[in-house]
Design a protein around this ligand. Sequence first.
Ligand SMILES: [Zn+2]
Ligand SMILES: [Zn+2]
Length: 151
Amino acid sequence: MVFSSKLGGCICGQIRYELTANPITCYACHCTQCQTISGSGFSLSVIAELEAIIIDAGEVAESTFLINSNDRTRHYCSNCGTLVWFSAPTYPGIVAIKAGTFDDSSWIKPIAHLWVSSKMHWVQLDNDTQKYQGQPAMADLVTLWQEQGDP
Ligand SMILES: [Zn+2]
Ligand SMILES: [Zn+2]
């Protein structure tokens, strides 16, 4: 199977990017930090190699800050502020693309729900998707993604 590039960008249109290779995994995280950062109930992350991303237009601004004494970098559009991906020095060369920034998100389905212990009480999870009360090993998330086959 050949992965066909997935296009995405920010809400104002200045940043346009392409994901050119199958991501490493995709999950929904319901931790309170993701709730704060996303301003929503959870974050939906497509984990990909940075080198698989081509920036077709615009400039991706960066802001680095601490979460629980770990560096995190937010990559965003300096015009509209849309968060396009996240990175952490713990995972060099890997970024967490925010799934909602893809033009077409129909190919995206999280293989797991993380931090279900802090999910918003009204969020209903389907029975088939793996759930973790806290933080699983990244290797487990990668295996789950591979098991479902190419998107
Ligand atoms: Zn923008
Ligand atoms: Zn989280």
